[in-house]
Ligand binder design. Structure first.
Ligand SMILES: C[S@@+](CC[C@H](N)C(=O)[O-])C[C@H]1O[C@@H](n2cnc3c(N)ncnc32)[C@H](O)[C@@H]1O
Length: 245
């Protein structure tokens, strides 16, 4: 639905600019027309209440198209670029969680948590490029670690990155199909959109006494045992939920 809305903003802005070009007393050259189209698309996007992060995409889309025309690249390059984006961002178009990475401060905090908990097993349920699991595997070689990832390219990257760590299993699958009851500590850095469903899943599946750690996004109406404020550039908060016995 969001994609349809974005497309509508772009098409509407294009229609206005084309109409202006038809009826304007003097011809409008390509760059002013494209800039006007981009501004209108951004305006329409705000008007229909799209989230703010769509604004830069609307502002950059048509200028990028016009710019790309000047390079005369073979069509195959665009297809390759699209394929690369699909393999990295996978379900993002459907509103799924995109790839963005945790800081070193987060991975260090998780190493401390896993040690304090004396955890034997750990899962990152959206492992991305292995930013969390790779340092954890080095620091805690006795912990059994699952790096679960749904997008093919990040999964491949984290699998290669962790190939020398026998305690890490990098699996290409969705966490919605995983039983979280097998782990002492589960980590997630996902999106506010899924946290209510994730909350229901951890309450249903995780063992009493185990720990769920969510980076940046709390579980709605959840009651964290502790919240860690990290001193990284994003001022990340780690919400730690102890599962009731
Ligand atoms: C914000 S990134 C976090 C990456 C890494 N955990 C970190 O902290 O640096 C979220 C990751 O979760 C993955 N993801 C989203 N939905 C998923 C699902 N249902 N199952 C497995 N992975 C998923 C995305 O592809 C993305 O790589």
């Amino acid at each position: 639905m969001r994609l349809v809305k974005a497309l509508l903003c772009q098409l509407l802005a294009l229609a206005v600019v084309l109409a202006l070009r038809l009826w304007a007393p003097a011809p409008i050259t390509p760059w002013p027309a494209v800039i006007l189209q981009a501004l209108l698309a951004g305006l329409f996007s705000r008007w229909i209440g799209q989230p703010l992060w769509w604004l830069p995409m609307h502002l950059l889309f048509m200028p990028a198209v016009l710019l790309s025309q000047t390079f005369h690249l073979p069509a195959g390059w665009y297809l390759l670029g699209l394929l690369g984006l699909v393999l990295v961002f996978w379900g993002t178009v459907k509103g799924d969680v995109p790839l963005f990475l945790s800081s070193n401060a987060v991975s260090e905090a998780l190493i401390a948590i896993v040690r304090r908990e004396q955890a034997r097993s750990f899962a990152d349920i959206g492992a991305g490029l292995g930013t969390i699991v790779a340092p954890l595997a080095t620091a805690c070689p006795d912990v059994r670690i699952l790096a679960l990832e749904r997008a093919p390219l990040p999964w491949l990257f984290s699998a290669c990155r962790c190939r020398r760590h026998p305690n890490v299993r990098a699996k290409l699958a969705s966490f919605w199909d995983l039983d979280l009851g097998q782990f002492d500590v589960v980590f997630a850095f996902l999106s506010p959109l899924v946290m209510a469903r994730v909350g229901a899943k951890i309450r249903r599946e995780m063992r009493g006494g185990s720990l769920f750690v969510s980076s940046s996004f709390p579980i709605p109406e959840g009651n964290p045992e502790s919240v860690l404020d990290l001193a990284d550039s994003r001022k990340t908060k780690l919400y730690c939920y102890r599962i009731a016995p």
